[in-house]
Write a protein that binds this ligand. Structure first.
Ligand SMILES: Cc1cc2nc3c(=O)[nH]c(=O)nc-3n(C[C@H](O)[C@H](O)[C@H](O)COP(=O)(O)OP(=O)(O)OC[C@H]3O[C@@H](n4cnc5c(N)ncnc54)[C@H](O)[C@@H]3O)c2cc1C
Length: 375
């Protein structure tokens, strides 16, 4: 059965890899625009969060590449890592550094554009410009994989009346909670390094402190706000540094890329907090829920108490300016919402990641691969 892949982000790339492994007949439909083209939601308690991008590569063109180490360790994902040249790293992890709690940051994030270039046959590439999606879905001799990101997929499904008129969407919100002493952190790590360097990137310890909330540690180089266009990182370190107006920001960006310095006297604790139903989409329009700020501070207080109990040297940051609150851009929704769609339509996006505490994008790419090879 022919497979149609609609999209060109990480999930579409996962589906394309699946078609390659199965040697299936496929057609991939790419965006006709390039650039960043971010869609944002308006809000009054933090900087407007990005939610989607309609351009080629979607959000995946700008993401930072962070993934849970577990997605590399998972033996079922072996064919994907082999195809992407990561298999050696996977084996090394297992031999030397088996740990589910780490996150992995590649020096060069996996980008869908590179996968599409390497693994697709030019005759199998079409543009989405005049695509008649309804006709594709009605074609019983093909299977269609919709990979237009959480927002793009839900919007298309709403416009085709295949799901409810109103749906809600979750995201992570990330905030710097406070700091702890370096000595206490290394005691907590049982003397191990916070960061381990590999040929393809760095692995950093994280901790799921409560359901849906992960904390992670970064050296504390001094005070600053996150009032930066942090999508700038995709343009390379040089341009990124030019946008940074404080030495602390530059040092933190350098740490995030390289893992240096190895030890520091004080560390910031960041919390990545899962926010259920923070957005709703009605008739294709996305808005932030009215109680999102109150809900966020309620959860944040609980997380704060857990951190305070866990670390003796924890010092809380009092000032939560809008610039210090980051959107995760880790969108998801309950897949029950799409349970009534036609059987020859499969929805690929980060809702495939069913662990609310994790960075979802590479998990979703791998699950997209598995969805394609199952059929
Ligand atoms: C700055 C930044 C940093 C991030 N860092 C991380 C990270 O480190 N780790 C992590 O796990 N996640 C991260 N994310 C989130 C990550 O980018 C997304 O979760 C991931 O890229 C989604 O992949 P996707 O294939 O579902 O969608 P996308 O990559 O967004 O691809 C969607 C496709 O659909 C098209 N499209 C989108 N909307 C529409 C529409 N309305 N109509 C028609 N077509 C549409 C696009 O052109 C594209 O072809 C980050 C995001 C940003 C912006």
């Amino acid at each position: 059965m022919k497979k149609n892949i609609i999209g060109d982000g990480l999930c579409a790339a996962g589906a394309l890899l699946g078609c390659n492994v199965k040697k299936d007949d496929y057609q991939i439909f790419l965006s006709n625009t390039t650039g960043a083209d971010f869609e944002k939601v308006s809000t009054n308690w933090r900087l407007s969060p990005i939610i989607s991008s309609k351009a080629f590569g979607g959000l995946s063109k700008s993401y930072h590449g962070i993934m849970p180490a577990s997605v590399i360790l998972d033996i079922n994902n072996s064919p994907i890592w082999r195809a992407l040249g990561y298999e050696k790293l996977r084996k090394l992890y297992i031999a030397d550094y088996m740990s589910e709690s780490k996150i992995f940051i590649p020096y060069f994030p996996i980008r869908p554009g590179q996968i599409i270039k390497k693994f697709s046959n030019p005759s199998k590439i079409s543009r989405r410009e005049n695509l008649d999606l309804k006709a594709l879905i009605n074609d019983k001799n093909s299977k269609t994989f919709l990979a237009l990101s959480v927002i793009g997929n839900l919007r298309v499904l709403q416009s085709l009346n295949l799901i409810n008129k109103k749906v809600t969407v979750d995201d992570h919100v990330i905030i710097r909670m406070g700091s702890i002493g370096g000595e206490e952190l290394f005691e907590y790590l049982n003397g191990e390094e916070l960061v381990k360097r590999f040929s393809k990137g760095i692995a950093i310890e994280s901790l799921e402190i409560s359901t849906g909330c992960t904390i992670f540690f970064r050296p504390n180089f001094g005070e600053y706000n996150f009032d930066i266009d942090y999508t700038a990182s995709v343009n390379g370190l040089g341009k990124l540094f030019m946008k940074f107006d404080s030495p602390a920001k530059i040092r933190e960006a350098f740490f995030n890329k390289t893992g240096y310095p190895t030890r520091h006297n004080s560390y910031n604790i960041f919390a990545q907090i899962h926010m259920p139903d923070i957005y709703s989409m009605e008739g294709g329009i996305v808005t932030e829920s009215v109680d999102s700020q109150a809900k966020f501070y309620e959860i944040k207080l609980k997380v704060l108490n857990l951190i305070t109990r866990k670390f003796n040297t924890f010092k809380v940051y009092k000032n939560d300016s809008p610039e210090s609150i980051l959107p995760g851009i880790h969108l998801s929704y309950d897949r029950e919402v799409i349970s009534g769609i036609p059987r020859n339509l499969e929805i690929l996006d980060t809702s495939l990641c069913n662990d609310n505490s994790k960075h979802p994008s590479i998990i979703a790419m791998c699950k997209s691969f598995h969805k394609t090879i199952l059929l």
